[in-house]
Design a protein around this ligand. Structure first.
Ligand code: SIN
Length: 572
């Protein structure tokens, strides 16, 4: 048996399903709905409440070629440019061609997008890197909240089993190394408590991102990299982890601001806001043909450069010209967040600075969402499908969650060529299914802020060999000094996950000696296609060391040809 596991009590209870989905954002709930509709018994496990993931915080919207004159081909072009040479053409083509119908199916599921009062057509806005208006939005700037509402309602109506307040711990495998379920810890509420297991022939990771690895992020508190850490411990490949996207315009709340910060959507720039320094100079004009609507990495770098030149802690986003009515109608969420912090965007420019926003890399998958472990799928921000390359195009993530969720559900529920028996070990009681896997020492929760500080200083927007080596040494020291005294518990497990993803992220960032997309190396300021138009794949060894390997080209090698075992194939 390969893999490492978190130090945790043995499961005291177990439930069986055909498919277990970990996470309840757009990706997880769409997989769950589609698999259930095909007759599979699905259990959704989520860390907080069903509507508490990252999806609900998405403001700007969902990108799809829905507008007159727009085409999937144009959406593809913009996505490839933003991805800076590392997108998978096939993955992007799947996204942009299947995207419009996937959005229509989302609408049929109940999501209500903003429409023109006269024509009834979906209103579309622009965001960075898009040459057209192609971002559908809801509630003005509350798109994710509306999508989450519609999907949660649909999951409840479908009677899909959900386990809330449950932190996933580790993957269960059968004797042949296929996914066979997960262990999890339910936190105090609901029908079950303590450590248990959901046994299932197909496991779908849809756990979202890892923004909490940095001090300031737009991500909610639940985004602690649990899915990537689980996949690494289980022996799966992760890829492109060095490409962390920093959102250029996050409300600046002071130098010591920590945790989730209010986002000021790119759609505000899409509707005509501009970036200025303290002297009112519009520094992005002339820096790129799309000025403030250049791809996100370029705007974030433009802001950081100007901050360095001026010795400033932030820049400003000026949208006073929108006027009170437009602010209230089009951006009610952002208006309320700014006012809650004493800033009135109707009368004053908004102080903004970049903060960690999105993991472009993650658990490597193929076009069906399969990872390098048979039966283990990944979808949404936790996955690296190849859609985002070195830098995600704005508002492509909700679409990726939708499109690849449908692909995964189709793969899981497709008829098998011949019946495949469920492996005994996957179906035996909740005893010690991971015997033989060495437990990882747990990291004390007090070290969470130290890890975040190390990452922000050493592996933030601007990186160098020196800053990354220092970060690696400090993170390694934390790992080495773990003395087994930190006992099992949610905060310890989360901090242990954060440390692991931080170490892998830094190892990859150190290895990539160039500047590309959202990976910005001060000591290697240029893009180097000859040496680096390739991906970095990382796997974790049993002795806790990493293997970081470079692909031969921008194409990913194939992942796992095997389908999961034991998934129901017919309507019951
Ligand atoms: C935004 O509204 O600016 C965020 C959209 C995204 O991250 O895709």
């Amino acid at each position: 048996m390969t893999g490492i596991r978190l130090h945790a009590p043995n499961p005291g209870w177990a439930v069986d399903a055909d498919v277990v989905v970990i996470g309840s954002g757009v990706a997880g709930l769409t997989v769950a709905l589609r698999c259930a509709a095909a007759g599979a018994k699905v259990t959704v496990v989520t860390k907080a409440r069903l509507d508490d993931g990252s999806t609900r915080w998405a403001q700007g919207g969902i990108a799809a070629a829905l507008g007159e004159g727009d085409t999937p081909e144009q959406h593809l072009d913009d996505t490839l440019v933003a991805g800076a040479g590392l997108c998978s053409d096939d993955a992007v083509r799947a996204l942009v061609t299947e995207g419009p119908d996937a959005v229509r199916r989302l609408i049929a599921t109940g999501a209500e997008f903003d429409t023109d009062a006269d024509s009834g057509k979906i209103l579309l806005t622009r965001e960075g890197g898009h040459h057209r208006r192609r971002i559908a939005h809801a509630g003005g700037d509350a798109t994710g909240a509306e999508i989450s509402r519609a999907l949660v309602e649909a999951v409840r109506e479908a009677g899909i089993e959900t386990i809330e307040h449950a932190l996933v711990l580790d993957l269960l495998k059968d004797a042949e190394g296929r996914a066979a379920g997960v262990t999890l810890h339910v936190m105090g509420e609901g029908r079950r408590d303590g450590v248990g297991a959901v046994r299932a022939g197909a496991v779908v990771l849809a756990t979202g991102g890892m923004g909490q690895v940095f001090s300031a992020t737009t991500n909610p508190a639940v985004s602690t990299g649990d899915g990537v850490a689980l996949a690494l411990r289980a022996g799966a490949e992760v890829s492109d982890l060095e490409f962390v996207q920093f959102h250029p315009t996050v409300l600046w709340l002071g130098p010591d601001a920590e945790g989730q910060q209010p986002l000021v959507s790119e759609a505000v720039r899409g509707e005509g806001a501009y970036l200025v320094d303290a002297d009112g100079h519009r520094f992005m004009a002339g820096a790129h043909e799309l000025a403030e609507l250049a791809p996100r990495d370029i705007v974030a770098k433009g802001i950081m450069r100007r901050m360095q030149e001026k010795g400033a802690e932030h820049m400003y986003l000026d949208a006073r010209h929108f006027g009170a009515e437009m602010w209230a109608h089009r951006f009610p969420t952002i208006l309320a967040a700014c006012r809650a912090h004493g800033i009135d965007p109707v009368t004053e420019p908004i102080p903004v600075a970049p903060a960690a926003h999105y993991a472009s890399g993650g658990v490597r998958t193929d076009l069906r969402g399969r990872t390098s472990i048979a039966g283990l799928y990944a979808c949404g921000e936790v996955a690296c499908t190849g859609v985002h390359g070195a830098n995600r195009l704005a508002s492509n993530s909700l679409l990726e969650g939708l499109v690849f969720a449908e692909r995964i559900a189709a793969d899981i529920t497709a008829p098998l060529p011949e019946p495949a028996p469920v492996h005994a070990e996957a179906r035996t009681g909740a005893g010690t299914p991971m015997a033989g896997q060495p437990p990882a020492d747990l990291i004390a929760p007090e070290l969470r802020v130290t890890i975040q500080r190390i990452m922000t200083e050493g592996a933030g927007v601007l990186r160098s060999r020196k800053s990354l080596e220092q970060a690696a040494a400090e993170l390694d020291r934390i790992a080495l000094e773990a003395d087994g005294k930190a006992g099992p518990g949610t905060e310890c497990w989360e901090t242990t996950n954060l440390l692991l993803v931080a170490q892998v992220l830094v190892a990859a960032a150190l290895r990539r000696e160039e500047t590309r997309g959202c990976h910005w190396r001060e000591d290697f300021p240029d893009r180097d296609d000859a040496a680096w138009r390739r991906h970095l794949l990382v796997t974790l060894h049993q002795d806790h060391t990493f293997a970081v390997s470079r692909t031969d080209s921008a194409a990913f090698p194939p992942v796992n040809p095997l389908r999961p075992q034991g998934v129901r194939r017919e309507h019951p």
